[in-house]
Design a protein around this ligand. Structure first.
Ligand code: NAD
Length: 382
């Protein structure tokens, strides 16, 4: 079923900008003929719209609905231009809510036709992990830049194929590592780089939560690629990598499964250690069995700094051994991430959270699973 095009009767999509203009025009020139005013303003409004990078969201689940679409409204350089979904009723609801014309709405079957749509510059892949590779590669082949949610893919070899497809299409590829745009995390990266508390020696990092619905895709091996580690442990792994600025060489890991039925296909709880070239050691944890772990603590030779909670969408709190509070402005991490990628696209430069960055995490994750499987120390693939 083709969704009804509510906006197609208008020459200009009913974007928030346009509605805002109409409201302003009504205030400034009360009584003026709105149609005449609008005609005067149309080219300028269109020029403003043009400068914004058009995003199409691929997958309209929880993250797209509750975080990404609202964040897009707060961006400076992006706009919600299109949507891709397998559910016609969702498409209709999103069209109504965000004034998205039918020409910018796709199903998973018609997705490749996005190639013919100049209003869409970026496809943002917000599907289950096991679908990231296919939709990234199809997006790149359709000539679109790709922002892909974390984890980048189920395997490192899928990451390599995604990087290759984007390279061949001369398109940018980035991974949704929102924390790298978050001011508390950035402050901690600076504390580590500037050695404010001396040399970084050890990091203790973890992220977990109690997962509900036993039938969700996050518990299915092919769609999730793994369990807590792939879903949220990856934040702790990322933190260790961007605090040290190094790649771990070797891993030892252990897994525990207290509910082998629920977690038949994916991991429930994992602890793992990482050894970095400078000698930094990291001990990390992740779980789907209980809530409460959401932090990192960086031990240096002259003190420490930490974030707890560290990886939430907001409310991040930091402290240091000097008794200071790391207090930074709250931002919308998704808006910052999308604006940064828009700048990368406009300036033709790679993102700091590039596909290569996503591949590095998958190599470590594979070493963690290897260590669990073999019961031995595993080296991270170069
Ligand atoms: P979700 O289950 O809420 O949404 C998934 C969407 O994919 C749904 O719209 C569903 O209809 C669609 N879909 C298409 N084919 C499917 C299939 N075969 N099985 C199941 N769903 C299918 O998931 P979500 O929480 O929105 O997560 C989507 C992605 O975003 C995941 O990769 C996840 O890791 C990532 N994510 C990132 C963050 C973050 O903070 N960066 C937070 C949550 C999720």
């Amino acid at each position: 079923m083709k969704p009804k095009d509510k906006a197609s009767s208008s020459a200009l999509p009913e974007t928030p900008n346009r509605r805002q203009f109409i409201k302003q025009a009504g205030t400034v020139a009360a009584g003026a003929a709105l149609a005449g005013e609008a005609k005067l303003w149309l080219p300028r409004v269109q020029a403003q719209e043009k400068k914004k990078i058009g995003y199409a969201l691929v997958g309209l689940g929880g993250l797209s609905t509750n975080q990404i679409a609202p964040a897009l409204q707060k961006t400076k350089h992006c706009r919600l231009a299109g949507i891709v979904s397998g559910t016609p009723s969702k498409i209709k609801a999103w069209q109504d809510k965000y004034q998205i014309p039918s020409r910018n709405c796709y199903s998973y079957e018609t997705y490749d036709q996005i190639a013919n749509n100049p209003e869409i510059d970026v496809v943002y892949i917000v599907l289950p992990n096991g679908m990231h590779a296919e939709y990234t590669i199809r997006g790149a082949r359709a000539g679109k830049h790709v922002l892909c949610e974390k984890p980048m893919a189920n395997t490192a070899s899928d990451c390599v194929a995604m990087i290759q497809a984007c390279r061949e299409a001369d398109r940018q590829l980035a991974v949704g590592y929102r924390c790298q745009f978050e001011p508390h995390h950035q402050a901690c990266m600076n504390l580590a780089r500037e050695k404010t508390f001396g040399e970084l020696k050890m990091i203790d990092a973890g992220f977990g939560f109690k997962i509900g619905d036993p039938n969700q895709w996050r518990l299915k091996g092919d769609l999730a690629g793994g369990g807590a580690l792939m879903d949220v442990g990856i934040y702790a792994l990322q933190a260790c990598r961007y605090l040290t600025g190094e790649e771990p060489m070797a891993i030892t890991a252990q897994e525990s499964k207290t509910d082998p039925v629920k977690f038949a296909e994916v991991d429930e709880s994992i602890v793992w250690n990482m050894q970095f070239p400078s000698g930094v050691l990291a001990y990390c944890s992740t779980t789907y069995a209980f809530g409460g772990i959401n932090r990192f603590h960086a031990h240096c030779d002259k003190g420490w700094f930490s974030l707890d909670p560290a990886y939430s969408y907001g409310g991040i709190k930091g402290r240091t051994s000097k008794g200071e509070v790391i207090e930074k402005v709250e931002i919308d991490q998704f808006a910052a991430e999308m604006d940064d990628f828009a700048a990368c696209v406009l300036e033709g430069r790679p993102s700091k959270v590039s596909g290569e960055e996503g591949l590095k995490d998958l190599k470590v994750i594979e070493a963690i699973y290897t260590s669990i499987r073999t019961g031995k120390r595993a080296l991270v693939a170069g």
